[in-house]
Design a protein around this ligand. Structure first.
Ligand code: PEP
Ligand code: MG
Length: 584
């Protein structure tokens, strides 16, 4: 055994592995350069230089934009389209001009200082969109400065070695112009998973570790390193064993990713050509962005309670409205977005409400039960959702519905909220679709009645399984019974799907079971129309569904419904997969 390798920890931003030589990019430290000032008589000339540089920068950006459009890389094209707008940003430009005319700064310094001032203000705000914009402003500042001094874009000079870039931060412009053949990954000290740098890395399929902090200063130019962008680490001084192990992991990963990425912009259809909808479950705007990047067709479940948790006050209508609107913008105005009203209680606490401790929190004052009692809270949320519905394809979903009376009262609250907005003259979608989670056995049993009064069902197996089996989803002692393959659970799900199909309403599933390989063919066999899964499972689920036929899954289901032992059911589905040469 040689010396142990050294492992630096960061955050995985774009999954994958790379083994190669480190190429360390150190930032020029502008702050240490003496500021250059101009004479008052030079102001006009300086402003002219600025204008010329802005025109040059805009030309560059248009060319870049056109290039990405030609290459069918819409996401990258959009980023540079955004930069084209920002380069004419009045706040930025008037600050630059003031610095030239009043402080007599040379244009390069005026641009640098103004961009930095705006960017650092934006990055301090707790809003992922504005944080993204702060990186964009810095990027634009750099571009204008470069155009002022007439320098061409810096390119990495490759000597055909496989290089891993190591930097404090990499601007989107830089990443987008990398010599793709030579650069096989990168690691940065700063950045977040939703920065444009990370988004571009993902769309280029470049493994990337970000936010590794000052530890990256230990990396020396030219040394061989391993980038493990699945675990989010950089490995220095790897042993022969490490190199061999990662060589193999890397090959496996590439093969798998190539297959999966090819499913990104496709519809989800079974091998015998039945279309299903495949959406993502999210708890934040950040997750909506990554769901879009993972090829989700929409948002099947937005767990809004996360907006209310881990804080001591309540988000008001405006704050909620902005979040719902941002989710719509992240996934696209046409894409379906199902917003679930808050599901507090059970394992989710809400400090601001000061709810008492309960003996059986999952059977207690929870979700819609709280909303129907605290109607101000409920209607604030409903108005925020309704207002956002003017901007996209939003539906409302109620959690934990057990009785028809609850549903009717919840619908009344929606109607009352609509009336308030109409009164205030605010726009909303009058025909907004309303659906319910089917996660309480009472609702699953009464599905035929519920189907007459709602637009859609979404089966929440995380709760439905625990309530059906009387096996707490948090209790490891009874985990063996908390199993979606229990025949009682399968029978109940089947009943719900049949009731929805009979009434011609949409039926989907947003519990974890929707993404489980063992469950997918059974659900297809039952006629489930919509699968909503965690963002990271979208592509794998689409691939799996594409390789399964509805007909053959109906036959499998028939066999499975005759069995009474979940172990036998599992073995039966495993055998079915094996006979199709499909992995689980
Ligand atoms: C469910 O119960 O299946 C569900 C999706 O809701 P949650 O996990 O938020 O309770
Ligand atoms: Mg639930």
């Amino acid at each position: 055994e040689g010396a142990a390798a050294m492992i630096l920890q960061g955050v995985p931003a774009s999954a994958g592995y790379a083994i190669g030589k480190a190429r360390v990019i150190r930032k020029k430290d502008h702050s240490r350069q003496p500021v250059v000032r101009i004479a008052p008589s030079g102001v006009t000339k300086e402003l002219e230089r600025l204008e010329a540089a802005l025109t040059r920068a805009a030309d560059e950006l248009s060319r870049l934009h056109a290039k990405w459009i030609r290459d069918n890389r819409e996401q990258e094209a959009e980023i540079f389209e955004g930069h084209l707008f920002l380069i004419r940003d009045e706040e930025l430009l008037s600050l630059v001009r003031t610095k030239i005319t009043d402080e007599l700064l040379q244009a390069e310094f005026a641009v640098g200082e103004a961009a930095e001032a705006i960017a650092s203000r934006l990055s301090e705000l707790d809003d992922p969109y504005l944080q993204l914009r702060s990186a964009d402003i810095r990027d634009i500042g750099d571009r204008i400065c470069r155009c002022l001094s007439n320098k061409p874009v810096e390119r990495t000079e490759s000597n055909n070695e496989r290089e891993i870039l190591i930097a404090e931060d990499l601007l989107p412009t830089y990443i987008a112009q990398l010599d793709e053949a030579a650069v096989i990954g990168f690691a940065t000290s700063f950045g977040g998973a939703t920065s444009h740098t990370a988004i571009i890395a993902r769309s280029l399929g470049l493994p990337a570790v970000i936010g590794a902090g000052a530890s990256l200063e230990q990396v020396k130019d030219g040394q061989t390193i391993i980038l493990d962008a699945v675990a989010g680490t950089v490995i220095l001084e790897p042993s022969e064993g490490d190199l061999a192990r990662y060589g193999e992991l890397s090959e496996q990963h590439l093969r798998r990713m190539n297959t999966l990425r090819s499913y990104k912009d496709r519809p989800t259809r079974t091998s015998d050509d039945h279309l299903v909808e495949l959406t993502a479950n999210i708890g934040s705007v950040k997750e909506a962005l990554s769901a879009a990047d993972q090829g989700a067709e929409g948002i099947g479940l937005f767990r809004t309670e996360f907006l209310f948790m881990e804080r001591n006050d309540l988000p008001d209508e405006e704050e909620q409205y902005r979040v719902y609107r941002d989710v719509v913008q992240a996934i696209g105005p046409e894409a379906p977005v199902v917003i679930r009203t808050m599901d507090i209680g059970g394992d989710k606490e809400l400090p601001a409400l000061n709810l008492p401790q309960e003996q059986n929190p999952f059977l207690g004052f929870r979700a819609i039960r709280i909303s129907l009692e605290k109607t101000d809270l409920f209607k604030t949320q409903l108005r925020a959702i309704l207002r956002a519905s003017a901007m996209g394809n939003i539906s409302i979903m109620f959690p934990m519905i057990s009785t028809m009376q609850e549903l009717r009262r919840a619908i009344e609250a929606v109607e009352a909220s609509k009336a308030e907005l109409a009164e205030a003259g605010l726009p909303f979608n009058r025909a907004i679709r309303i659906g319910i989670m089917i996660e309480v056995p009472a609702a699953a049993i009464m599905a035929d009645r519920f189907a007459k009064e709602v637009d859609f069902f979404s089966i929440g197996t995380n709760d439905l399984v625990q309530y059906t089996m009387a096996a707490d989803r948090m209790n490891t002692k009874v985990m063996h019974m908390n199993n979606g393959l229990e025949p009682a659970v399968l029978k109940l799900i089947h009943n719900v799907i049949q009731a929805a199909v009979a009434e011609r309403i949409q039926v989907g599933m947003c519990g974890e079971m929707a993404g489980q390989p063992l469950a997918i063919p059974l659900l297809l066999g039952m006629g489930l129309q919509k699968f909503s899964v965690g963002g990271g499972s979208v592509l794998a689920t689409r691939e799996r569904i594409s390789r399964i036929g509805r007909r053959e899954s109906q036959e499998l289901l028939k066999v499975v419904l005759e069995l009474d032992d979940p172990e036998q059911i599992k073995a039966c589905v495993e055998k079915w997969y094996a006979s199709r040469q499909m992995d689980l």
